[in-house]
Design a protein. Sequence first.
Length: 315
Amino acid sequence: MFCNFFKPFFCSKTFLSKSFLLKNNFFFRNFIVVRPPEKKIPKKKKIVFNRVLAEQHPFHLVRPSPWPIMVSMSIFCLVLSVLMYLNYYLYSEFYIFFFFCLLCFFISRWFNDIVVESTFQGFHTFKVQQGLRYGMILFIISEAMLFLSFFWAFFHCSLAPSIWIGCVWPPVGIETINPWGLPLLNTIILVSSGVAVTYSHRAIRGGDRKGVIYGLSYAVFLGVLFTFIQFYEYSIAPFNINDSIYGSLFYLMTGFHGLHVIGGTVFLLVTLIRHIKYHLLVEHHFGLEASIWYWHFVDVIWILLFALLYCWGGK
């Protein structure tokens, strides 16, 4: 009966309300902290992280960039500086060094933007990678056409030597380099580096991170070793670039190949650094593939130079 008497009083909304408790009870007024009413947080819109779904196409619309025009202007100025050096202009060495450093800076900034677009912004979809592959193939073909012109000049002069060089090849008075010495050593080094980059490609496809690092490191070391041996061969060569058409073709062909070896070594080194920083994945490693394609192209050109310029043309 007691419970039935107090049940309506204790269960009423007025007694249990916060304002009633605070006004009529000292304990509730001094020791109970009432929470403020919670505000309703508006729901955020769903953010679309998939670039293809956001833009409704798989292509990358590149923003305007200053680097292409800067690279082309620096290359133009570098070529003019080399022409000035060949014509004995003053301070031409300083101009060559300055524009070369400027070219390296612009290229590094340009490729840095490409790495950011690919790795961090996700612009390089599978369709974009396909376009990059086509572009790399066309670039290698253009480089092959450059060396084709060099080989064309070599065969034009060697197969039908003129009377001005004694109707013989090599020209009269030219002491050629023994192909079974330093050239053979460089051939072994370059072919071994090709095997190393192929191993690194197989390693990344299999998820072997350490194998990629070891293969690329070994290839970079062999590329640097090849370059030093080539410079040493130039220092002990019994002829120079001014010794008839043979000297001009020899230094032109091997020199341009040496520049490609230096560029390929830098390419492999940058790829190695990117892999150490976890930029390359099993499904996304076109940078590694492009460097390997370029390095194999350098290998093939050197094998042709060794067989034709050193062995056949050096007799």
